[in-house]
Write a protein that binds this ligand. Structure first.
Ligand code: P1T
Length: 381
């Protein structure tokens, strides 16, 4: 079955009691048992919920995995993965990554004895150099947030597999429509469902997909034991969002390509980060491992003046200034003060993330209006 058909049909079937074509929102906390332990497969809604089951099966199908497990947020999913490890275990993560992922690692799990190293993994040789006999997990985003670097999943997986180290790919920026890391050698795929999968900026949720039965069982145990489950209404919204994922992603890619090309030729723009541009260092790799270049683009203005960058961000009329990404509407974010503020400035700067970087989540509006908005906003400086 091809992607669009799976997006609409995988994991869902007409409701057995009424024939309702849409999976109902099973808004219940418990399920009646005939006799202690004699029930229809559902006991308590933290443990199982039919709306969540449908979503989990659907997401597993979209990532070509066996097991889908959903959490109350993307960071809830990250939290569950980190709980698979023990004090003394070392985790190597790519140095360009979502600030909240950095924060849960450094401010929460480091306190429990996990150790973390942040390494620029767009060159896989850097991973070889950083590995120790304590390394148990490698964590990558690709494309990375917010600098849109491309990490070679196959090359990284070759290194981790040889040494029995687990590889997680945060596939939030690509979505399962553009990239399937399990097919490229990853052990676990993690998503902020909040973003492209949900697609409408109305839900916060996370998901993990894996083919590994043992890790799936442990992650389901953590889902139930620690309790970071999404509610049924959110699962319904995510399922509804997914039905148009393939159509939305096509338009996100087209619009972002046009926006990136426009920005690249603008005399007041010094740098554009978008993997669909032929001079992006990861362009050829992105062509190999992705089916499109996605809807995220970042840029810097000539002169690197923070007040000027702020003036541009304040001047947008179609792009809304805010955190998050992946919704149908275009958003603009200031990573240094918003999504990546929890990474100390010297570390951000060492990684190439300037205070003047502007990140765009290019929505699916009419692209001419987006370009006009950029033109108007940049003309303010
Ligand atoms: O917000 P939440 O659903 O908990 O997802 C966290 C998360 C995980 N991974 C990536 C790559 C992310 O971008 C995020 C959340 N990011 C934003 C809110 C943002 O604006 O970048």
């Amino acid at each position: 079955m091809k992607f669009g058909t799976k997006a609409i049909h995988a994991g869902v079937q007409p409701d057995p009691t009424t024939g309702a074509i849409m999976t109902p929102i099973y808004q219940t906390s418990t399920y009646v048992q005939e006799s202690p332990g004699k029930h229809k497969g559902y006991e308590y809604a933290r443990t199982q919920n039919p709306t969540r089951d449908a979503l989990q099966a659907n997401l597993a199908a979209l990532e070509n995995g066996k097991h889908g497990i959903c959490y109350a947020s993307g960071l809830g999913a990250t939290d569950a993965i980190l709980k698979l490890f023990k004090p003394g275990d070392e985790i190597i993560a790519s140095s360009d990554l979502y600030g909240g992922t950095y924060r849960i690692m450094v401010r929460v799990f480091a306190e429990f004895g996990l150790t973390f190293k942040f390494v620029s993994l767009d060159n896989p040789a850097n991973l070889e150099a950083a590995l120790t006999d304590k390394t148990r997990l490698v964590w990558i985003e690709t494309p990375t947030n917010p600098l849109l670097r491309i990490v070679d999943i196959v090359a990284i997986a070759q290194i981790t597999q040889q040494r029995g180290i687990r590889l997680v790919v945060d596939n939030t920026f690509a979505s399962p429509y553009l990239q399937n890391p399990l097919n490229l050698g990853a052990d676990l795929v993690v998503h902020s469902v909040t973003k492209y999968i949900g697609g409408h900026s109305d839900t916060v949720m996370g998901a993990i997909v894996t083919n590994d039965d043992d890790m799936a069982a442990r992650l389901k145990f953590i889902q139930n034991a620690c309790g970071a489950v999404p509610g049924p209404q959110d699962c319904f919204l995510a399922l509804r969002g997914i039905k148009t994922l393939h159509v939305r992603m096509e338009r996100h890619c087209q619009n972002a390509q046009r926006v990136a090309e426009y920005l690249q030729q603008h005399p007041k723009v010094s740098q554009v980060y978008y993997p669909g541009l032929p001079d992006h260092p990861g362009h050829e790799l992105a062509k190999r491992q992705m089916r499109g270049f996605g809807g995220m683009a970042s840029f810097e203005l000539v002169g690197d003046s923070l007040p000027e960058a702020v003036r541009v961000m304040e001047s947008f009329e179609v792009f809304s200034l805010g955190e998050s990404l992946g919704g149908v509407e275009s958003l603009c974010t200031h990573p240094a003060s918003m999504t990546h503020a929890s990474i100390p400035k010297p570390e951000r700067e060492a990684n190439g993330l300037k205070d003047t970087l502007i990140r765009l989540s290019v929505g699916i509006e009419d692209v001419d209006d987006l370009i006009e908005d950029l033109e108007r906003a940049i003309a303010q400086i």
